[in-house]
Design a protein around this ligand. Structure first.
Ligand SMILES: NC(=O)C1=CN([C@@H]2O[C@H](COP(=O)(O)OP(=O)(O)OC[C@H]3O[C@@H](n4cnc5c(N)ncnc54)[C@H](O)[C@@H]3O)[C@@H](O)[C@H]2O)[C@H](O)CC1
Ligand code: K
Length: 225
C-alpha cells in the first residue's frame, strides 16, 4: 500500500465505505488519525511547547485530538481557533468539546485584529501543528487563513502539517504564496496527487503516510473501482 495515491474523491469514498459499509465510526478514524500524528510529533520533539492551529472542518478535528494526546504526553499545548467553537459539527465538535472540558487552553483569535497575539503565540512555540485546511480545501484560499498562513511562514518555526499543508489542493497542488511550508507533512491513509507535484516539495517537507485503522480491502476496493 506504500506507493498508493488517492484523489480527493477517492479519499472521500474510503471514508464513506469505512463508515457505512464496515461500520467504523468517523470518530474512531479521527482518533486514529490524531493519535498517530501526535505520536509522530513526539518522536521528533518529546518535550516543548506546541501550538495547534485548528480550522473549521475535520482537519481541525484531527488537531483537537493531536492536542489532547500531546498534553497527555506532558507537552505544553496551546490550541488556536479562528472560528466560534459552536460552528463545529460532528466528530470535530465532539473533540472540541472534549478538550474544552479537559481544560486544555483554547484561544479563539479572530483576524486581523488579533494577528499580534497569534504571532506572539507562534514565536513562543517549539513546534506548530497546521490543522487548519485539509482535503476539503476547494478553490482560492479565503481569509482568515491567508493571513494566518503568511504569519506562520514568516515565523520560521518547524511546522507539522496535518493531512496536507494548508493551501494545498489535494488534487492540484499548492497555492503559490499561500501555502504552509511544513517541516513534516503527515498525510492520512495514502499520498495525494497534490503533495507529489514538483512545486509541492518546498511546502510538504518530509512526507509521512499514516494509517487510520482501515482494513486494506477498503483501499483495494477503491483502487479497483
Ligand atoms: N479518511 C481520512 O483521510 C480521514 C480524514 N480526516 C480529516 O478530515 C479532513 C477533511 O475534513 P473536511 O471537513 O472534509 O475538510 P477540511 O477540514 O479539510 O476543511 C474544509 C473546511 O475548510 C473551509 N475551506 C474549504 N476550502 C477553503 C478555502 N479555499 N479557503 C478557506 N477555507 C476553506 C470550509 O469551511 C470547509 O468546511 C482531512 O484532511 C483529514 O484531516 C478525518 O479526521 C479522519 C478520516
Ligand atoms: K492542514
Amino acid at each position: 500500500m506504500g506507493s498508493t495515491v488517492l484523489t480527493r474523491s477517492q479519499a472521500r469514498a474510503v471514508d464513506d465505505i469505512a463508515i457505512r459499509e464496515y461500520g467504523i465510526p468517523g470518530i474512531v478514524l479521527m482518533e486514529n488519525a490524531g493519535r498517530g500524528i501526535a505520536e509522530l510529533l513526539l518522536k521528533e520533539s518529546p518535550t516543548g511547547r506546541v501550538t495547534v492551529l485548528c480550522g473549521p472542518g475535520n482537519n481541525g478535528g484531527d488537531g483537537f485530538v493531536i492536542a489532547r494526546h500531546l498534553a497527555i504526553a506532558g507537552l505544553e499545548v496551546m490550541v488556536i481557533i479562528c472560528t466560534d467553537p459552536k460552528n463545529y459539527h460532528g466528530d470535530a465538535a465532539t473533540n472540541s468539546q472534549i478538550i474544552q472540558k479537559a481544560g486544555l487552553p483554547v484561544l479563539q483569535l479572530s483576524m486581523p485584529e488579533n494577528l499580534d497575539r497569534l504571532i506572539s503565540e507562534l514565536q513562543n512555540s517549539d513546534w506548530i501543528v497546521d490543522a487548519m485546511l485539509g482535503s476539503g480545501t476547494q478553490g482560492a484560499i479565503r481569509e482568515p487563513y491567508l493571513t494566518i498562513i503568511n504569519a506562520v511562514n514568516g515565523i520560521g518555526k518547524p511546522v507539522l502539517a496535518v493531512d496536507v499543508p494548508s493551501g494545498v489542493d489535494c488534487d492540484q497542488g499548492p497555492t503559490p504564496d499561500a501555502t504552509i511550508q511544513a517541516r513534516i507533512t503527515a498525510t492520512l491513509v495514502a499520498a495525494k496527487p497534490g503533495l507529489l507535484t514538483l512545486e509541492a516539495e518546498e511546502y510538504v517537507g518530509r512526507l509521512e503516510v499514516l494509517g487510520i485503522g482501515l482494513p486494506n480491502i477498503i483501499l483495494t476496493q477503491i483502487l479497483k473501482s
